[in-house]
Design a protein around this ligand. Sequence first.
Ligand SMILES: [Zn+2]
Length: 354
Amino acid sequence: MGKKIMQKPSAIFCFLLLITATFFASAEPFSVGRVKASEGTLVSGFLDVPAGTDAGSKIPITVIHGATHGPVLALLAGIHGYEYPPITALQSMRTEIDPALLRGTVILVHVANLPSFLGRTIYYSPVDGKNLNRMFPGDPEGTLSQRIAHQITTEVIDQADYLIDLHAGDGNEALRPYVYMPVTGDAGFDQKIKGLAVAFGLDQIAIDTGPQHASGPSLFADQTALVRGIPAITTETGKSGSNDPHWSELAKSGVWNVLRHLRMVSGVEVPNLDITWLTDYQVVKSPASGIFQPATKEGSMVTKGALLGVLVDFFGNEITQVRAPFSGVINYVISTPPVNKDEPVAMMSKIQEQ
Ligand SMILES: [Zn+2]
C-alpha cells in the first residue's frame, strides 16, 4: 500500500517535470552569440569577432524570434561593405517585421564586413586585403576576414534553415539586378532553392551550376549554406555605390515575398510571372592593370565580339579592346576608371531559350 502511494505521486511528479521541461524548452531564447531573443521579441546587438593575428571586429545583428515556431531565415548584408542597398533594406526590415506576427526566426546580419563598410573599400577588406565572399567557411585562427567568415558560418549559417546573401553592384560595378540560383543536381533540394529564387521576384535569374560542384572550401556564403543542406541564394540589387531607395526597396520587396513563400508571415506569395533565365554566366577579366573605358551598359544585349570597353594605360594609350565572349546580356560592367589585372571588367550571361 505504502509502495503504491509512493508510486502515484512519483508518476504525476515525473509527468509535471516533463511538461515543465517541455514548456521551458520551447520558450528558450534564440541566441546568436551574445544576442538572445525570447519568443515574440526582437533584440539587436553585436556578434564579436575576437582579435587574432590582427585586431578584432564586431558584426551588428538583429534576431527577430517569432511568437510561433517555424523556420530560421538568415539574411546577410554588407559582406561587401560598399554595397549599400541591402544594408539599408535590412535596417528597414528590422522596424517592419513584427515578432508577434512572425512564424519562425529571422536573423538580420546588418553589416557583415564592418571594416570594409567603414573603410569604404570595394571587394577587399582594408585590414587584410581579402575578399570576404571568398573566405568561407572561415578560419578562427586566420586573418580578420577569415575570422568574420568563421563567426558568420558558426553563429548564423549553422543555425539557419534558409539563407539569402544580399549583394548589389559594388562601388565600381554598374549592375542590372538579378538573382544567382544555385543548382546542385539534387532535385528536391534544387526545388527549394528555386522557390527562394523565384519568390525574390527579380526578373532575371542566373542559373548557377558552378562553384557548388568544386571540391575544397565553400568560399562563398551561399555555398557554405548549400554544403550544409541549407537552401540559399545570392541576390544583386543596386549599382555603383548608390544607396538610391529604389534599390533597397527592390531588396526589401524580395525578402518580404520570400517570408510569404516560407509562410513566416501572413499574405499570399506574389507570383513572379516574368522571368528571363540566364545561363553560362562569365566574368570577363582585365588582362592588365590600367583604366577601363566602358563601351556598353548594364542590361544591354550584345552580340559575340561586341566592344565591351577599352583598356588604356595611365597615359591614355590603348592597351587592348575587351570584347564580348558570346552573345548575351551584360549583367554588370565596370563603371569607374581603375582596374587591376585579373579583376572583372564585366559579367555576361546567355539568355536561355524558352
Ligand atoms: Zn557583393
